[in-house]
Ligand binder design. Sequence first.
Ligand code: ZN
Length: 239
Amino acid sequence: MKRRVVALLLAALAGLAEAVPIAVDVGHYLERPGATSAYGITEFEYNQSLAAVLAARLAVEGVPVRLIGWRGEMAELRERPRQAEEAGAGFFLSVHHDSVHESQLEPWVWNGRALRHADGFAGFSLYVSRLNPQLDQSLACARAIGAALRDAGLPVATHHAAAPGLGLEWADAAQGVYYYDNLVVLKTATVPAVLLEAGVIVNRDEERQLAGAARRALTADAVARGLRGCGVMVSDGRR
Ligand SMILES: [Zn+2]
């Protein structure tokens, strides 16, 4: 009996040792926290909250997670994939929340504060760079995450295909994946890298959902499913 327990323990440890760390990058930093939501919250705060849920979700499956930029200190973009790779990460996922072009924002006042919203835009989107040396794997993972988010009932944010001054090319429109070649964290990573915009925080309805535990859990589940599907996340069998 005792020997069996030891054998099980060794098997579990071997599984942990085999699991390749995944880097979860918290987009933006305290001094420049990204977009401001319809209700006046910074994108960085949303990124940090979702990254925490996602990291916990992956850890439950026995996958080591390296959080990048967690304390809001990471001003240098190239430093993000570098730190991730130095920590042995085999995959880089940058977590963001989406906004729209300036010209598409409408003013409104909430709690006495002048803010802006764009209720006509919603959904998630994913990004890969053709300058990343592991484009095929990056794309496979972005597609798998997108498919899982679609299965969970979330819409794709299509507005970046026709955004004023940007107009990104689709890599896979059905799964919400765009090419964004010059995104620094994606093109300077040497491991497969994907950027996720989890939802549109200038949409007043969607922001309420994005601030809730249910939507964060749903997104984290979909990411875990996607990363398993594309083969970068090997679960050690614990659930
Ligand atoms: Zn962002």
